[in-house]
Design a binder for this molecule. Sequence first.
Ligand code: MV4
Length: 431
Amino acid sequence: MGIKTLAVYSEADVQSLHVQLADEAICIGGNKSADSYLRADRIISAAEIADVDAIHPGYGFLSENPKFAEQCESCNIKFIGPKSKSIKMMGDKAVAKDTVKKAGVPIVPGSDGPVESESDAVKIARKIGYPVIIKAVAGGGGRGMRIAHNDVSFAKEYHVARGEAEKAFGNGAVYIEKYIEKPRHIEFQILADSHGKVLHLGERDCSVQRRHQKLIEESPSPFLTPDLRKKMGKAAIKAAEAAEYENAGTIEFLVDAKGNYYFIEMNTRIQVEHPVTEEVTGIDLIKQQIHVANGDKLDFDQGDVKFEKHAIECRINAEDPARNFAPSPGTIGLYYAPGGHGVRVDSHAYSGYTIPPYYDSMIGKLICYGSTRKVALERAYRALSEYLIRGIKTTIPLHRAIMADPVFIEGKATTAYMEDFLGRTATDLFS
Ligand code: MV4
């Protein structure tokens, strides 16, 4: 787009590829996130010094922080994301549910907003019927959730959930939902401009996850029928409209075995797995984010969005699956990324790079795509075999085993898949 880039980085990230590839780079502080990537004041100072027009917040850190979005705007720096108001609205998960419900989007049956007291809560749980799930209003992404199967466990889990929510988010408010057993986790990509046009770019099936960390995402979902996709896409657009949304965002649904779908939350940022949608649709999501933030109109309509490919992403983490996914930071010896037709690697790593221990363990994303799911999976298996990262443990061998697993190949994976797979697979396959 001819736009110059300024990267900010912490002392731990001097070696990182983005620092070397950007036109300019400014160090904003020490190793700990709290001393660098979470310091809005320092990021804005760097932006002022370099006289930038806009800030892309990426994912994580301050990307869904309504105060940071507001601070950018008040300093006349465009925040490349939604309005602060939309971030705030969707950040309160009970408000988010209520907002989309009023727009006619199906939500999981549960309490009407946060529960007020233990006696109220248990009445609601009984009325919904066990099992129920207790979720933090300020949570999201699986943090601070507890499941209860009867009155006795409910009393306990209710207090644990409140305590955890207070500790983690400084807000102990919780709400209750019917617990959906072994759902699929399917999310829709939204793109919305500042002129009221809201489009969906199809779904991503993110059911393969472990402890709320996604491992594999693919599109289209092997579970959805054309009819269900159409209905859910329309619901996703309604949800985004209710949030007065602009920029790129994601509407998350749980889908049960019968094909009932329920909105659970919205992510008001670009997500790790966005390349899957880029390869299926041919639309550059980051470029569109910049256009939308600039006030440009989206120059295509829903009917122009074509879903022509199947794409799958494997998250490559510096972790040892044979040792309960313990982090494996350290220096990479040889690094060789696969390529060829239908293969994309997004990574900041290279031969000789030292992975710092301070941040999350994802060091790369392998995205493989082709005309059918079979082709995409075969390419993924081949590319994983050619992805060489020496000196540390990674999730590459685990992904190869999954690409060869009949249950996964048949498209039968729900959110219960990983636990089952790890329970029936020898971990010596993973080293
Ligand atoms: C649920 C659910 C079942 N029923 N909500 C996990 C991620 C977060 N965005 C919402 N999540 C879930 N919400 C209802 N009403 C199941 C999950 C869920 C899950 C829950 C417990 C343990 C593992 C899980 C894995 C994926 C999804």
